[in-house]
Design a protein around this ligand. Structure first.
Ligand SMILES: [Fe+2]
Length: 312
């Protein structure tokens, strides 16, 4: 009788992974275990809200280097950053340099803080030209336009922005209200100088991501899709507390459920990882006649960056 070599067993296990998608605790693995991980599954590392700051008043370079070192030791096939990397530009650049080479592929999504204008560049220039160029110069992927495809899994991203669709329903206010009070609630009102309203930039970003997802849905070389967004996009990623008025008003600037509805229509999407909230949330988004989406928010806060792993 022919015996099955151990490699055949591993390969058949790998083929049978199908829809297993699980967020697991961030960890570094010994080299021998890492080799096994790479044969058995696709491992992706995610971080967000790094707020790199050379002065140390937000997140210190040492803390970013700690995260980068831990990611490198996790044997992840890709590292994805879900926005709020560093402002002004020199902090963004230093942060990318700290992350470069820590995984075979590094994908970048920017957040609201990254597109705050400075004395040399407008918000629109940063988002459309400067930050994509800084990313690509380092061999990294600008995930709003350049998907990472590894092991038949595509990883794409979007800043997503907030369009007030996640506003606390019990407050009963409309878009015009949240646009009008924004200067009292969010520093974005003072540091963004682009011409678009929040609803308009959200629509632009949604149309861009939908076009990318349509392309991947038709791509025979892609079986599954992972989406990284800076702003959370599902109700399951939003924490609500209707008894807390300040928190409930802030909810309007914490999510983009319109974007989530658009993403959830694509059957290949299996996981969504977001940032922006500075709190850790793990959730499942059920879908009718389609595989559930595993969703989470990376729990980094100022001074205490964190990361997580997705095995699939
Ligand atoms: Fe943010």
């Amino acid at each position: 009788m022919r015996t099955v070599p151990w490699l055949d067993i591993l390969i058949s296990l790998r083929k049978n992974r199908k829809d297993r998608v699980a967020f697991v605790a961030a960890r570094a693995d010994p080299a021998y275990y890492g080799a096994l991980v790479q044969v058995l599954m696709l491992r992706l590392a995610f971080t967000s809200d790094l707020h790199f700051d050379t002065t140390g008043s937000l997140t210190t370079p040492e803390e970013i280097r700690r995260v980068a070192g831990e990611v490198a030791a996790s044997h992840a096939a890709a590292l994805i950053v879900a926005g709020d990397i560093g402002h002004p530009l020199h902090n963004f650049r230093h942060c990318l340099d700290a992350l470069a080479g820590r995984a075979p592929h590094v994908g970048i999504v920017v957040g609201n803080h990254d597109v705050w204008h400075d004395e040399h560049r407008t918000s629109a220039q940063l988002w459309q030209t400067t930050l994509p160029a800084e990313t690509r110069e380092r061999g990294m992927y600008w995930l709003e336009q350049d998907p990472i495809v590894v092991d038949r899994v595509a990883i794409v991203g979007s800043m997503a922005w907030y369009d007030y669709s996640a506003a606390e329903p019990s407050i009963g206010r409309d878009q015009a209200y949240y646009a009008a009070i924004k200067p009292q609630v969010s520093n974005d009102a003072h540091w963004l100088d682009w011409e678009w309203s929040d609803v308009e930039i959200s629509r632009k970003l949604r149309e861009q991501l939908v076009a990318l997802l349509e392309r991947l849905e038709a791509d025979r070389n892609v079986d599954r899709v992972v989406v990284a967004t800076h702003v959370p996009v599902f109700e399951q990623q939003i924490r609500r507390d209707p008894t807390n008025l300040a928190w409930s008003i802030a909810n309007a600037y914490f999510g983009n459920l319109t974007m989530g509805e658009a993403i959830a229509r694509f059957p290949k999407v299996r996981a969504v990882v977001s940032g922006h909230l500075h709190m850790s949330i793990h959730a499942v988004v059920p879908r009718a006649r389609m595989t559930d989406i595993q969703a989470c928010v990376v729990g980094s806060d100022y001074g205490t960056p964190t990361w997580l792993l997705l095995d699939m």
